[in-house]
Design a protein around this ligand. Structure first.
Ligand SMILES: NC(=O)c1ccc[n+]([C@@H]2O[C@H](COP(=O)([O-])OP(=O)(O)OC[C@H]3O[C@@H](n4cnc5c(N)ncnc54)[C@H](O)[C@@H]3O)[C@@H](O)[C@H]2O)c1
Length: 411
């Protein structure tokens, strides 16, 4: 595609029951949207992708190099979920196809679950409910507390940690947090200088860190021993952060007062699969099967967020939020007739490309009004704005440059 394309001809295929909000927003842009409630078998996927300009998937659809190779018109892929491993990201990058996702669309859902668990652990709700289901009337106030005035320690003060902070304070908790990056405290929360300091203060400690080398086994036996006697631990982050065996031991011998775990070092891949863990049956423990972010509202947020990124890329050229190509954040174009042509150029990132492009522009005597460039190790994404009279000629010239991967013009 070398020119601004009529919107109604932008064909969008959404698979796997992406929340309706996604189709709604894309249709509101005038795009031609087909939304299917299921994933497609291999051949059907090849067929569906062949003429699509935008492909929207969730976690089941494998967008392989073969799918990308057959999708001649594909401009971008939207993963209407958190992860992007299901897409051949390097291949998509090499073809100048941005892949977008929604890493933070379920933030609020995780924060709400966490707050619910803070209350539930303080009232031993898991055990009391299980006892009554088993026909035992365990009426007692022993070990039950209000959360008002208790101290919540938040490890990782990012998207989720900060929301938990605000909600916990609204319920009258004191909040302390620790983050390896200096973060401004929200409300009356207090920053701790070390994880050990936080562990010494928290009546309940909640983890909201990523899975990486700094957090692997972060809550091991030694760290668990630094928590206050009777304190509780919540892990709705990643399974690798907590040594579950050590946690189970600390709960069984009464050093810790309870735990809530949504994530585990090893999780079944199939729904309804059997599950085993050393923590099963430990006292005052709430276990959930990695559903922290799984709500209808999160699906809607994810759909709106991902559709929004696709729409911006099609209409404006911005790759903000793309996981596989350089991110270029572009300003809106003026709506009047004088607006410049915006040329979007993906090219192989090898020495000499920029001088070829600039020689081309100089040779045409064209006037560049604005220029943006970001690169990664494989590709460069260059966007420039030129007087309307120069757009077509430059786009045609760019096709003649060996390193060009893809050119699009917006006006
Ligand atoms: N249970 C679920 O279903 C679910 C859903 C969404 C997210 N998550 C997980 O929740 C976690 C937090 O997500 P987020 O969106 O808030 O991430 P985020 O990137 O916004 O925040 C993470 C924070 O942790 C901090 N951090 C990194 N390493 C640290 C360390 N060693 N010690 C202290 N702080 C450290 C970072 O500086 C950052 O502020 C992630 O692991 C994510 O995968 C789980």
């Amino acid at each position: 595609m070398t020119t601004s394309f009529p919107k109604h001809k932008i064909r969008v295929v959404l698979l796997e029951g992406v929340h309706d909000r996604g189709a709604e927003l894309l249709r509101a842009e005038g795009f031609d949207v087909e939304a299917l409630p299921r994933s497609l078998a291999h051949d059907d996927l090849l067929e569906a992708a062949r003429d699509a300009h935008l492909l929207g998937i969730r976690s089941k659809t494998k967008v392989t190099a073969e799918v990308l190779g057959g999708a001649r018109r594909l401009l971008a892929v939207g993963c209407f979920c958190i992860g992007t491993n299901q897409v051949a990201l390097g291949e998509a990058c090499g073809r100048g196809i941005p892949v977008f996702n929604s890493p933070f669309g379920n933030t609020r859902s995780v924060a709400e679950l966490t707050i619910g668990e803070v209350v539930a652990l303080h009232r031993r709700l898991g055990d009391r409910s299980a006892a009554l289901h088993a026909g035992r009337w365990a009426k007692s106030s022993a070990g039950s507390h209000e959360i008002r005035g208790r101290t919540l320690g938040i490890v990782g003060y990012g998207h989720i940690g900060t929301q938990v902070s605000v909600l916990a304070e609204a319920l009258g908790m004191r909040v302390v947090f620790f983050d390896i990056v200096p973060k401004l405290a929200l409300g009356n929360a207090r920053r701790c200088d070390s994880l050990d300091e936080l562990l010494s203060k928290g009546d309940v400690v909640t983890l909201h860190v990523p899975a990486d080398e700094t957090t692997h086994g972060m809550m091991n036996a030694e760290r668990l021993a630094k928590m206050r006697p009777g304190a509780m631990l919540i892990n709705n982050a990643r399974g690798s952060v907590v040594d579950v065996e050590a946690l189970a031991a600390a709960l069984r011998d009464g050093r810790l007062g309870g735990a809530a775990l949504d994530v585990f070092p090893s999780e079944p891949s199939a729904p309804e699969a059997d599950f085993d863990s050393p923590i099963l049956g430990a006292p005052n423990v709430i276990l959930t099967p990695h559903i922290g972010g799984s709500t209808a509202e999160a699906q809607e947020n994810i759909a709106a967020d991902t559709a929004g990124k696709l729409i911006r890329f099609v209409n404006n050229g911005s790759t903000t939020g793309a996981v596989n190509v350089p991110e270029v954040e572009l300003p809106g174009q003026p709506g009047d007739g004088a607006r410049p042509h915006r040329i979007l150029h993906f090219h192989r990132n090898v020495p000499g490309v920029l001088s070829k492009v600039h020689a081309l522009v100089a040779g045409l005597g064209a006037n560049i009004r604005g220029e943006y460039l970001r690169t990664n190790e494989r590709v460069g994404y260059m966007v420039f704005e030129v007087d309307p009279t120069d757009g077509e000629a430059i786009a045609d010239g760019l096709h003649g440059i060996d390193e060009t991967i893809r050119v699009r013009v917006l006006w």
